[in-house]
Design a protein around this ligand. Structure first.
Ligand SMILES: [Zn+2]
Length: 407
């Protein structure tokens, strides 16, 4: 058995918590000064461990183990949502760093490469760092990308972060036995069920569409009901049909959300001339995603044909495919969890997106979840009990050791 050092794990996590601290959480948007400090912090630690450490042209931090034999890739991300929690991303990076140290101290077998993928949180795009590392981001995409909060062009942010002109690294899937990512659950299932570890079976795919209605803006007192082309009325009717349609097609894990609705001009005495909404749905089953997408297209086309408003569909602005986790890696995580916390673990899907879903397209990948207190995440109050962090680190190290010994 290779032992993790829980004090060292907690010390590292608290060190990262001090960089960009916001209340009890952190504020480290991608390529901010604080974000870059964490990337250099990690690269320094990996170099001190004897890894070949680099920060590439998109901000990915990679430390390659000098070991012979099987290599596991471990890691997650370091940047955060705005004014967010201290463990989202950092936990998975520090667990991987701990696994690299523990395996090196034990003299193997094999070794652990550690990666912090850039911009998993999507300030400038969708999984830019991990997609870049697998060759799926071209230069034109980088030219066009801007920060969703401030509008800063990505090229400008990369230059300010000292990354302009650096080559972007490419991961070689043939080097790896697999990718293991630890993460906080970001939901309340484990806590509610009194469990301490989740073994992720698959990561949901998602689609987001914008639906726009164009009618005729007019006076709310003088325009008779029969004469109106009220964009708000049309939009609400489409919304009701989409929600009923999704419910009819849903599996047990399907979720759908209208996260934004807007009426224009949005005044009490004006019939809206324009209205729009965002409709998003997620599932681990690609067939359900496809069926709901077809329903959305049909519903919008039908509403447009029926009038009196023009109803149009735009997007998907965000589309990701579901990713199944690797059975052998899941079995290693499960065996490690059962040995350290018998009966306290469960197999579960991930409703949130993670870099592991990008990696899964190129090599075996799996994820380990630890509980989130109150199920809260993407908020500065996000937290996990220290005992759960310590247990998670040990189970992660055990699972990595099992995979390395399997070859
Ligand atoms: Zn995350």
């Amino acid at each position: 058995m290779i032992e993790a050092n829980p004090e060292r794990v907690l010390r590292d996590l608290h060190c990262l918590r001090g960089i960009g601290a916001f209340r009890t959480g952190v504020h480290r948007p991608t390529y901010s000064a604080e974000d870059m400090r964490t990337r250099h912090w990690l690269a320094d630690r990996l170099a001190a461990l004897g890894h070949a450490a680099e920060i590439d042209g998109i901000g990915n931090v990679l430390g390659r183990a000098p070991a012979k034999g099987r290599i596991v890739l471990g890691g997650s991300h370091l940047e955060t949502q705005n004014e967010a929690g201290w463990l989202d991303g950092a936990l998975g990076v520090v667990f991987a760093l701990e696994a690299a140290r523990a395996v090196a101290e034990a003299g193997g077998p094999g070794g652990v490469d550690v990666i912090a993928f850039a911009d998993e949180e999507g300030h400038f795009g969708s999984f830019l760092g991990s997609r870049s590392a697998f060759g799926a981001v071209d230069e034109a995409t980088l030219d066009a990308a801007t920060d969703r909060t401030a509008g800063t062009p990505l090229r400008q942010a990369l230059a300010a972060a000292g990354l302009a002109g650096r080559p972007r690294l490419r991961l070689d899937p043939a080097r790896y036995a697999g990718f293991l990512e630890a993460h906080i659950e970001q939901g309340g299932s484990l806590e509610k069920d009194g469990l301490r570890l989740g073994i992720v079976t698959g990561i949901v795919g998602a689609r987001t569409f914008r639906i726009a209605c164009a009618g005729q803006q007019n006076h709310a007192g003088t325009t008779r009901m029969a004469d109106r082309r009220d964009a708000g009325v049309s939009l609400r009717a489409v919304a009701a049909r989409l929600e009923a349609g999704a419910a009819a097609l849903a599996g047990p894990l399907t979720v759908w959300t209208i996260g934004m609705m807007r009426l224009d001009p949005g005044a009490q005495s004006v019939v809206p001339g324009f209205a729009e909404m965002l409709f998003q749905f997620r599932d681990t089953d690609a067939r359900i995603l496809a069926a709901i997408e077809a329903m959305v297209r049909e519903t919008v086309a039908g509403a447009d044909a029926a009038g009196p408003c023009r109803v149009t569909l735009h997007g998907p602005s965000h589309a990701s495919e579901p990713a199944a986790m690797d059975p052998a890696l899941m079995a290693a995580l499960e065996a490690a969890a059962e040995a350290r916390a018998p009966g306290m673990h469960v197999r579960m899907p991930s409703g949130a997106g993670h870099d592991a879903q990008i990696a899964a397209g190129h090599m075996p990948a799996a994820m380990l979840f630890v509980p989130s207190i109150g199920g809260i995440s993407h908020h500065w109050s996000e937290d996990t009990a220290e005992a759960d962090i310590a247990l998670g680190a040990q189970v992660y190290v055990d699972a990595v050791a099992r995979v390395l010994a399997a070859g």
